[in-house]
Design a protein around this ligand. Sequence first.
Ligand code: AP5
Ligand code: MG
Length: 216
Amino acid sequence: MATFIVLLGPPGVGKGTQAKILADVKKFAHISSGDLFRENIKNQTELGKHAKSYIDKGQLVPDDVTIGMIRERLSRPDCELGAILDGFPRTPVQADALENMLAEFNGQINTVPYITAPEAVLVGRISGRWTCRSNGHIYHRVFNPPKQDGICDIDGSDLYQREDDKVETVTTRIRVYLEQTIPLVEYYRKSGKLVEVDGTQSVEQVSKELCSAVIK
Ligand code: AP5
Ligand code: MG
């Protein structure tokens, strides 16, 4: 049976950073809904054009579009053993849809790590973030700088600041998270799968706690 890890937490808390480390350790696929949208935007697909109008405003992309995109991604062969879900589900409708998809693909949720940090930490992290244009590798001006300014250490492509990382949009993203995604904390706590992790710690410490929470 395929095993899925759902990373829950506010914008900028470190979901992408941790998902990449965990995916390496567990040899699982890393599915980031935000990365999938950004790839569609870069390739100017219809889905990308539609999603961009919401993402640029810091709003969630409608559930039906998001669920369809994730469903297609989960059906690919690299998810046969399982995957780390980063940024999905983000609403109760998406969480219910995930249950149905897992039943269909013979999968189950192993753990739901819930990474937390106060708003000031989130804003500081997002405002200093640099993202690799080719593969979404993540850096921070202060906390995790690349060896050479503006260049990804891993694949040499250029680093850019995400469009939705402007301060006004970040504030909206945090508000939307509190309104629409926070209900999932109780949803997964009731299922007994939620594990809280203090996201203000170093990348290494968070990763250590996550690994011991999910690797059985
Ligand atoms: P998405 O791309 O998922 O963005 P997000 O949830 O806002 O989260 P971020 O990617 O900003 O942060 P993160 O938690 O991954 O942190 P990171 O590791 O980069 O979504 C973007 C948009 O797409 C949404 O607003 C929405 O419009 C749409 N969307 C996506 N999913 C959707 C869904 N399911 N439904 C509907 N719409 C959806 O780290 C941040 C920074 O901090 C980096 O610079 C990093 O180097 C640094 N850092 C990380 N950890 C640490 C640490 N421990 N100490 C110091 N610095 C750290
Ligand atoms: Mg991310």
